[in-house]
Design a protein around this ligand. Structure first.
Ligand code: PEP
Length: 250
């Protein structure tokens, strides 16, 4: 891990989390307070219904919060959607955009993801922009090409403050993880593309790995020089698992 970039471990709770799940944030807080040296930023993206309670209960804690998606508009007639401004109003500092489950469940494409990232800028919150190849694309040897194309089209033309999350679709929620060499190759390629496009700003952009990151594999992944943290689904739901990944990040 390149120490010039503050590492981030971000929990994506997806569509999991009733009110009682706030207790896990409480437990995580106590565990973080008991850590002597923590060099890593911790973020949780709970379901929107928990966002206000989570941010209010943890106002002075070491945990920041984010949304899982946003609409491109600020407000208006978009039933069931949520804007980046409303997320910000609820205490979010981050928002995930372009998660593969949004891309597959809701047909979101790179152009829309880019607009969502721009909506996050407008609301002054940081977009976590997800990219990643499918199993077939990996098998056909097209992973690098596909991911770099997604990166190019999904990130705004002026990157300001963004986080990129490389999440191979076939690794999400499956227990499968690419080889360390493949993760390394992909993160190096994403870094090179960011630097080519944005110069020094591209050097500072955090690139997270996501896809079945667990306490038992986090350390090896997080040690790679262009892996600046993790986007964690299943293993973020229990404080006892999540804290181990945060500890692996030191
Ligand atoms: C995710 O949903 O972003 C994710 C990485 O999930 P999991 O860790 O469960 O694979």
């Amino acid at each position: 891990m390149n120490k010039a970039i503050i590492p981030l471990i971000i929990g994506n709770w997806k569509m999991n989390g009733e009110i009682k799940q706030l207790g896990e944030i409480d437990s995580l807080n106590s565990m973080l307070n008991n850590m002597n040296n923590n060099n890593c930023h911790t973020v949780i993206c709970p379901p929107t219904t928990l966002l206000i309670s989570a941010t209010q209960l943890n106002e002075n804690s070491k945990i920041a919060f984010g949304g899982q998606d946003c609409h491109i508009e600020q407000s208006g007639a978009h039933t069931g959607d949520i804007s980046a401004e409303i997320l910000k109003d609820a205490g979010a500092q981050y928002v995930i955009v372009g998660h593969s489950e949004r891309r597959s469940d809701h047909g979101e494409n790179d152009e829309l993801v880019q607009e969502k990232a721009n909506a996050a800028f407008r609301a002054d919150i940081t977009p976590i922009i997800c990219i990643g190849e499918s199993e077939n694309e990996r098998k056909q040897g097209r992973a690098l090409k596909v991911v770099l194309e997604q990166l190019d089209k999904s990130i705004p033309t002026d990157i300001k403050d963004i986080i990129v999350a490389y999440e191979p679709v076939w690794a999400i929620g499956t227990g499968l993880v690419p080889s360390i060499n493949d993760i390394n190759e992909m993160h190096d390629a994403i870094r090179a593309a960011l630097v080519e496009k944005f110069g020094v700003n591209g050097e500072k952009t955090p690139i997270l790995y996501g896809g079945s990151m667990k306490p038992n594999n986090a350390k090896e992944i997080l040690e790679l020089s262009n892996v600046n943290g993790g986007l964690v689904g299943g293993a973020s739901l229990k404080a006892s698992d999540f804290i181990q990944i945060i500890k692996a990040c030191q």
